[in-house]
Design a protein around this ligand. Sequence first.
Ligand SMILES: Cc1cc2nc3c(=O)[nH]c(=O)nc-3n(C[C@H](O)[C@H](O)[C@H](O)COP(=O)(O)OP(=O)(O)OC[C@H]3O[C@@H](n4cnc5c(N)ncnc54)[C@H](O)[C@@H]3O)c2cc1C
Length: 573
Amino acid sequence: MPDPLPGQQAPMPEQEIDLLVIGAGAAGMTAALVGAIEGLRTVLCEKTGMVGGTTSTSAGTVWIPGSHQSEQAGIPDSIEDAKTYLNAVIGPSGGNAGRAAFLNTGPTMLDYLEAHTDVRFIPAPAHPDYQDRPGAAFGGRALGAAPFDGRRLGHDFARVRPPRPEFLVLGGMMVGKTDIPLLLAPFGSLTALKHVIGLIGRHALDRLRHKRGTRLIMGNALVARLLYSLRRRDIPLLFETQLEQLIVSGGRVTRAVLRDAQGPRSIRVRKGVVLATGGIAWNEQLRTLLFPEPARRFSLAPESNSGDGIAAALQAGAGLDDNMQSPALWMPSSVMQRPDGTASVYPHIILDRAKPGLIAVNSAGRRFVNEADSYHDFVAAMLRAHQTVPSIPAFLICDGSFIRDYGLGLVHPGTRDISRFLESGYLKRGDTLAALAQAIGVDAKGLQDTVARHNAFAYSGVDDEFGRGSSPLNRFNGDADHKPNPCMRPIGPGPFFAVAVWPADLAGSAGLHTDENARVLDLNQQPIDGLYAAGADAASIFRGTYPGPGTMIGPALVFGWRAAMHAAGKLGQ
Ligand SMILES: Cc1cc2nc3c(=O)[nH]c(=O)nc-3n(C[C@H](O)[C@H](O)[C@H](O)COP(=O)(O)OP(=O)(O)OC[C@H]3O[C@@H](n4cnc5c(N)ncnc54)[C@H](O)[C@@H]3O)c2cc1C
């Protein structure tokens, strides 16, 4: 029987297990599944009443080079090419052992999950890497979880964290990138009409029995499949139970203190603890320590992600790895106050920035970035520009026809009545560029010159300033029907519109120092026995760069898998 814990009246019987996994997101659910499959007595503990964390609210894309799934789908990819690509993107920034382990076991991990669980992956034929560098892939490297019918979960459907409300339509229906054009033009073809009738009919039925639609795609599909697999194997999942402290004894993590509604209790662990609590997220101390001041205000993580895993590990003697090109991965995000006073934060991921007829400007009314580049590169440029010219917030500028065709942030394409967006101050309007500049507080002459210059580029189809439309990623997210450049058309005539965007972290890239087996390292870079970290709790193997779609969840799955395999003694240690 252990000593009583602080605040505990009497010692409670102490449970002993092999593997304790903290946090039920992509990394933790994978680690718990693998631990149990490999014969370890495993418990997964989750702070909230729902599984999924940030993973649930994400696009759920998984970046795994050289998978058998992509080869079988006729879109082969090579690990060698991926290596070349990563070397070009990351350069000599360290993390090589972790990257090698990731590349070498990524395909094995996918096959393992498909063989032993209900997780299924579908490679995307077109989902380009984020930088136009040697070895980049256009398709095959990014995979998504196959859609999942939430009804199969029964009561547990309510345990799946829903997507961001900003991305739901018709009171809780998920829509993917391929659904959107069909929903916007249901009468465009018979296929479109059938698809739309199917979607809406299913959703109407769902709403009779459920709070939201049960056709789960993207991050929700991945999480639901992981939960379904955990339940099928009866793996203990403790909800509303959070990690409070790790106990180190003789240089090894031997116990963890958990807290639930009954109070604190300790669990003894024979093989180890896997930390997977979603990284820095809303932890004020870590944000202040690691993030540049103008990027601390908004995070896209659920509020309950508060850096607990990293904080507990640091107390247990772990080292922080913050030698990153960027301490976090970012999305430019616009913010609208809801009537109840809370804020709706909308990440501008793919739907508007690359479409023709939009630019981003800073307070000087000047462009500072190729707006069609990845969301992370967009914000990195915004932070750089802000060092000399106030660029936070930056403003996305367009005309009325752009909003009609593509939408702008929370304003969906084709929205007829934009008054609530104008009244809330989310959307700014000006009959002329000068009037718009005044409304958003940017230099009017700068904005007029910038739009004139952009429009000249749009006519020629060549953006001499930032190369908008020049990369496969730009063109993929542009409008293929627009010629000559799918990312550029002249802006105007007025009225003109703007929304402000701020940096918001979608994940920390700084995190716990780990080795290639997901073991947490101490300040002398030695493994702390019995302590693992995966997902955003671990420092990024991509060193603060964002190589492609799925480069957070890909490693989260691989290192969740490696942590559990290592704890089970299956990695040849
Ligand atoms: C809009 C958006 C889209 C994205 N799209 C993609 C994408 O397509 N591909 C990609 O690779 N990445 C994407 N990301 C990033 C990605 O979602 C995250 O980096 C990743 O899901 C993190 O997974 P995780 O398992 O580390 O943490 P999470 O999924 O956040 O899970 C952490 C869990 O730990 C729990 N927890 C926290 N503290 C405790 C505690 N003390 N005790 C117990 N449990 C605790 C939390 O409640 C949570 O359930 C996106 C992010 C956003 C915001």
